[in-house]
Design a protein around this ligand. Structure first.
Ligand code: ZN
Ligand code: ZN
Length: 361
């Protein structure tokens, strides 16, 4: 099969033939229908991170089951699935208490759970986050696939694996935003738009989108933002206060991963408000805030990993909301790419030209 292999960070990925092993016990082989191109893929391309090279990036995948390994009864060939990234073991302390997003298989966990390797000629190649969806096929543990109806377009379904579920979960599971609340969303890329449309879904009354690009703020309005602030030309904290009776917002979401915008998210909430950090920061980034102020204002500063989502429970709900016309998925896809255009997809993402680019197979 063909896959896009990253040999050196910040250099173009190489689309080439690779060998994918047959599914082992408990595993499923999937022919990918589509893969979203996420900022986390881009981060592992552009930054020196924990991931090892060479590697096939891509972790927002949906496709069709081709074959199953021994012992798999959950799905059969022909079933359509969304792939949950990050290898949720289903057995550890966190998985058992309903927090699979914190799943940490220890060193004794089966190797399959720590990620897997495929072959490219004489080299072993990692599949990013256990998925590696910038490829025509992948093999994943059956515990990580979520079956969906065959009528759901796979391009739309692929986005549920990360961008949509992260935004949806940040609002509904991490912050638990209530109807009538005021919400600030800092960063209106693929995940930010999903924070916005999920806030609209739960009935937030004021949804204030903050970004530096006017074209993204316009898109934010289409997804439910009631107000927009251009952080380049406007004072974000002052504008939010003006829009929220002088107090600040009930909730804020930082969807970029920069210390300056995380501090801003903390700043724009009212006393007792909640600031949620969704964005992926660099490993060495640190945020400063006034310690006495945290006590006095009783603010809540919260992190969320992948929107605190339980894929097996929440992916089907998100798909149902899409079918019911309550969550926009097709509208998120601003461009479709062939696998050969994967490097162009990264360029378009970085340039802020797309809400979501999707590789279709
Ligand atoms: Zn686990
Ligand atoms: Zn992602």
């Amino acid at each position: 099969m063909r896959a896009a292999v990253l040999y050196k960070r910040r250099e173009p990925m190489v689309v080439q033939e690779v060998e994918l092993p047959a599914p082992g016990p408990g595993e499923v082989s999937i022919k990918l229908g589509a893969s979203g191109v996420c900022h986390s893929d881009y981060a592992h391309w552009s930054r020196d991170t924990w991931s090892e090279l060479p590697m096939v990036l891509g972790h927002e995948g949906a496709g069709v089951v081709e074959s199953v390994g021994p012992g798999v009864t959950k799905v059969k060939p022909g079933d359509h699935v969304i792939i949950a990234f990050g290898n949720k073991c289903g057995e550890c302390y966190f998985c058992l208490r309903g927090q699979p997003y914190l799943c940490t298989p220890g060193p004794d966990a089966p190797a399959a759970l720590r990620g897997r390797k495929i072959r490219a000629g004489s080299e072993s190649v990692w599949q990013f986050l256990g998925v590696g969806s910038f490829a025509e096929r992948t093999v994943v543990p059956a515990v990580n696939v979520v079956p969906i109806a065959k009528e759901i377009p796979l391009a739309a379904a692929s986005l549920v694996a990360c961008g949509v579920s992260t935004g949806f979960g940040a609002v509904t599971k991490a912050a638990k935003v209530e109807a009538g609340a005021s919400v600030v969303v800092i960063g209106t890329g693929g995940v930010g738009l999903n924070v916005i449309q999920s806030a609209a879904l739960v009935g937030a009354s004021r949804i204030i989108a903050v970004d530096l690009l006017d074209n993204k703020l316009e898109l934010a309005r289409q997804f439910g933002a009631t107000h927009t602030i251009n952080g380049k030309t406007q004072d974000v904290v002052a504008e939010v206060r003006k829009l929220t009776g002088g107090f600040g917002a009930d909730y804020s979401f930082e969807v970029i991963g920069l210390p300056v915008t995380i501090a801003q998210a903390y700043e724009v909430i009212r006393r007792g408000g909640t600031a949620v950090v969704v964005g992926v920061a660099t490993e060495d980034a640190e945020v400063k805030f006034n310690a006495a102020g945290l006590m006095r204002t009783a603010k809540i500063l919260m992190g969320t990993q992948a929107g605190n989502i339980q894929p097996q429970v929440d992916f089907p709900k998100i798909v149902d909301l899409y079918v019911a016309g309550k969550l926009k998925l097709d509208e998120l896809i601003s461009r479709r790419f062939a696998l050969d255009e994967v490097n162009e997809a990264f360029r378009a993402l970085h340039a802020g030209e797309v809400a979501r680019g999707v590789i279709v197979y």
